[in-house]
Design a protein around this ligand. Structure first.
Ligand code: ADP
Length: 307
């Protein structure tokens, strides 16, 4: 059912504190890339997972591609643009609290949807396509149109088009455009994977049932609403709505990429034909492991007992 997975978006250079103040380690992460990374961890080797973004021709871009390949994520659909470099973010730790600074306004990834023929090839070669509100937020309006055209075509062709709204107001140039574009993203999707805290804050949903009804009203077939430590609510077409609890975690170390790892692990199992409830229980175990470690991408060895 899941076939070949294509995740679309921005992967950035990540600088995180390495031991002492002012010493930083370098990594690579970004919401849809994190989902690709986790889907890869739990799929058989015969299943391909690709990332579609745009990078430059510089050294850091080449290192980023090597990192993706090293993680088993295919880079055959990555566009290369001259004179641009990857975006970057820095994680600050102050008294245990994390905050982020971003340098991404001119990042190469903004060009990911500039070539409609390239988009059509990548989408045409894939069975499951994953994108997010962050993917849409970094694109110019005409690039959003191109991407959503390609994705609507994929949905109409019966592919699984997965959208995580991941609403980040800082990335948008206005609230009205943000909400309207997120809703357009949902209309192009068959499976929505929102976080309830984003949806209630920005769309004003009073309950998870309202979030589900709003997205159903836009024509979305399946909705998985994540609600942090409480668990997830699954509303799949033709099935009763079901609740699946989160896996208990005694000490949360770092919640970065909880939702992304949930998405990737869920898609790996659901795509292999597992029932949504079983895939969600598995994904909750993976996310629980991920938040007991620092950073977005937790090594496979630390996830094994989730599988
Ligand atoms: P996001 O990171 O996108 O905001 P959530 O916070 O809803 O997403 O978390 C995604 C998933 O991660 C949840 O569905 C749950 O399985 C797991 N999770 C998040 N926070 C906790 C927690 N404190 N304890 C256990 N599981 C958690």
């Amino acid at each position: 059912m899941g076939g070949r997975i294509l995740c679309i978006g921005e992967c950035m250079v990540e600088l995180k504190q390495a031991g002492q103040a002012d010493l930083f380690g370098k990594g690579y992460a970004g919401d849809t890339f994190n989902a690709a990374y986790y889907a890869r961890q739990f799929l058989p080797a015969s299943r391909k997972v690709d990332y579609l973004t745009a990078v430059g021709t510089d050294l850091v871009s080449r290192e980023m591609l090597a990192f993706m390949e090293g993680a088993g994520v295919g880079t055959g659909f990555v566009r290369t643009v001259e004179d641009r470099i990857p975006g970057l973010y820095m994680i600050h730790l102050e008294k245990g609290e994390r905050s982020f600074s971003y340098w991404r306004s001119a990042s190469a990834a903004k060009a990911l949807a500039d070539d409609p023929a390239h988009l059509a090839r990548a989408v045409g070669a894939s069975d499951t396509i994953v994108f997010s509100g962050i993917t849409l937020a970094i694109l110019a309006p005409d690039a959003v149109d191109r991407l959503l055209d390609a994705l609507s075509g994929a949905r109409d062709a019966g592919k699984l088009v997965v959208f995580d709204p991941n609403i980040r107001p800082r990335l948008w140039d206005g609230r009205a455009r943000m909400l309207e574009t997120i809703s357009r993203g949902a209309r192009a999707a068959t499976l929505l994977m929102p976080s309830f805290d984003d949806e209630t804050r920005h769309f004003g949903d009073a309950s998870i049932a309202e979030t589900i009804a709003r997205y159903r009203g836009l024509g979305v077939a399946h909705v998985v609403v994540k609600d942090g430590e409480k668990g997830v609510t699954l509303a799949f077409e033709g099935k009763e709505t079901r609740f699946v609890p989160a896996a208990p975690v005694a000490r949360v170390v770092d919640t970065t990429s909880a939702g992304d790892s949930f998405n990737g692990a869920f898609l790996a199992r659901y795509g292999e034909g597992e029932a949504p409830e079983a895939a969600a229980a598995f994904a909750a175990n993976v996310a629980a492991r991920v938040i007991q470690h620092h950073g977005a991408l937790v090594p496979r060895e630390s996830l094994v007992d989730a599988a």
